[in-house]
Design a protein around this ligand. Structure first.
Ligand SMILES: [Zn+2]
Length: 256
């Protein structure tokens, strides 16, 4: 299942945190929020006419989430924007808080990485999941590293015959000639990673979401669809199961 940006919120009210963040360990939506702790930032304090009881302010927050299912503990931290609002018929103001997380540890999986993905690629994509929350440039750069490792696992040499490192564009072109659909997607991730590496602040939310949508689709195409195609080819070639069971073994208990 490719990455779905609409499921992930860069800003959210404290009450909805557990509705869209799955447990990073068991991946179930079983997280329960603990107490939210926050303190006003220095800049917000200095900028307010009434720093002790401001009407609008920025804080830093920490929030612990606990998984009811597997007992994992998740730490969320970042900035909190708060506005004091007065509602009709009420005598006291109500604080409307918006959390802007900069860290979720351990990071939730932004998309399911196919099981057949090589460990080297999976590890780097998991690092990108951590970076997603606090450094989009670095996140895109890490996805570009995942593309490089992917190419190596696909047998595209990373060094020339003279021992010098091969240019990534050359490697991608070589791969794209064999696998045009996946190769094109990896080219796009490379360009976004290039921006993240060389232009500080160049990767905004839309761009990092694009990179995740594309790389998740490429991994799925390579490690799930192709596997399904290969299995189908084998079954069609054999006109039946890939590993036929000897007729004499078939019985009520072996038929699974
Ligand atoms: Zn869990």
């Amino acid at each position: 299942m490719p990455f779905d940006p609409s499921k992930w919120k860069p800003k959210f009210s404290p009450s909805v945190a557990t509705t869209f963040i799955p447990c990073p360990s068991c991946e179930k939506f079983e997280l329960e929020a603990g107490e939210l702790k926050s303190g006003q930032t220095r800049d917000s304090w200095l900028a307010n006419d009434e720093p002790e009881s401001p009407l609008e302010y920025m804080s830093r927050f920490v929030l612990l989430l606990k998984c009811k299912s597997c007992k994992e503990t998740v730490a969320v931290a970042g900035l909190m924007h708060a506005v004091e609002e007065m509602y009709e018929g009420q005598e006291e103001t109500v604080s409307v808080e918006t959390l802007i997380p900069r860290m979720i540890e351990p990071p939730p999986k932004l998309f399911p990485i196919p099981k057949a993905t090589p460990t080297e690629v999976t590890d780097v994509v998991n690092q990108a999941f951590r970076l997603y929350w606090f450094d989009r440039d670095a996140c895109a750069s890490r996805l570009r590293t995942a593309v490089e490792l992917f190419l190596t696992k696909e047998g595209i040499a990373d060094k020339r015959t003279n021992g010098a490192w091969e240019n990534m564009s050359v490697r991608l072109s070589e791969y794209e000639a064999k696998e045009p659909s996946i190769g094109k997607k990896l080219q796009a991730v490379k360009w976004l990673g290039h921006t993240g590496t060389h232009r500080p602040g160049g990767v905004n939310l839309e761009s990092i979401n694009d990179a995740l949508v594309i790389i998740s689709a490429a991994l799925e195409e390579r490690y799930e669809h192709r596997k399904a195609n290969e299995l189908a080819d084998e079954i069609i070639a054999k006109k039946g199961p890939r590993s036929p069971v000897a007729i004499s073994k078939i019985g009520p208990h072996e038929s699974t």
